[in-house]
Design a binder for this molecule. Structure first.
Ligand code: PEP
Length: 261
């Protein structure tokens, strides 16, 4: 049941906030969130790579309950991959969560389903949790193939993972047409796709994995819309882009129970 899965709300900063700005942003967020917020929701922030060391130091020094995340990594541990970042380095920096297969990576950097599957494996090999992003384009939605597209992405990413590995990971359903556009999927539409993702996990991996895996919705979420998504039985969390850059707005999203309006 949904109640057994701890909600997880993640802020994807994309290519925003240098390391000075990152510190200010997280300090403000930590000030706005209370113990009961962290007891109710796991909170992750995903700054650019260049901020990670400063963030790790801050989180350790102030013993913050905000979990450090990265936005991407390479599947290999080391080698001639100029400009890439190894999962080994991320684990060493205290990173707990790594977004893999974000639609911007798939679209602008040509990441295939198979490449994303290798990243999922690499992230787990090094003791971190992947947040696997899946989602359809507007054209795919309009032509009625959204569910097929998303199910295929899930299948390729998870078919070689064990039931226990899938239980501990996070999947983010992000309709591409809703990312950064101000357009939301309706909560009912999101619930339909997220339920289909859970069914696909049951078919490809196992029923227990499907019941345990946490699934987020992402796409132009704001404080005013968070609660509606979180009310859906299969939606366990939110992946938030633009709105996570404003600590006040992001804190209100984390506190969606209190700010439901
Ligand atoms: C994202 O980057 O994953 C995202 C959902 O962005 P936004 O909230 O800005 O649509």
């Amino acid at each position: 049941m949904a109640t057994e899965r701890l909600p997880i709300i993640s802020g994807n900063w994309k290519m925003n906030n240098n390391h000075f700005e990152a510190i200010q942003c997280v300090q403000k967020l930590a000030y706005l969130l209370q113990k009961e917020d962290f007891d109710a929701v796991e909170v992750t922030v995903h700054p650019p790579f260049t901020d990670l060391r400063s963030m790790q130091t801050l989180i350790d020094a102030d013993q913050l309950r905000i979990r450090l995340g990265a936005q991407n990594c390479h599947p290999e541990e080391k080698g001639a991959f100029t400009g890439e970042v190894s999962p080994v380095f991320l684990a060493k920096l205290g990173v707990h969560f790594v977004i893999v297969g974000h639609s911007e990576r798939r679209e602008h950097f040509g990441e295939t389903d198979e490449f994303v599957a290798r990243k999922v494996a690499a992230v787990q090999k090094h003791g971190m949790t992947p947040i696997l992003c899946v989602g359809e384009t507007l054209a795919e939605r309009e032509s009625g193939v959204a569910l097929d597209k998303v199910r295929h992405q899930v299948r390729v990413a998870l078919e070689k993972r064990s039931s226990d590995q899938v239980k501990s990971m996070v999947i983010a359903y992000e309709p591409i047409w809703a990312i950064g556009t101000g357009k939301n999927a309706t909560a009912t539409d999101a619930q339909e796709v997220v339920a289909a993702i859970r069914e696909e996990v049951a078919a490809v991996v196992s029923r227990p994995a499907a019941q345990s895996v946490r699934i987020q919705y992402g796409g132009s979420v704001k404080a005013g819309t968070a609660a509606e998504f979180m009310r859906q039985p299969d939606i366990d969390g939110l992946l938030v882009g633009g709105a996570s850059l404003d600590p006040t707005e992001f804190a209100r999203i984390v506190q969606y129970r209190r700010h439901a309006y």
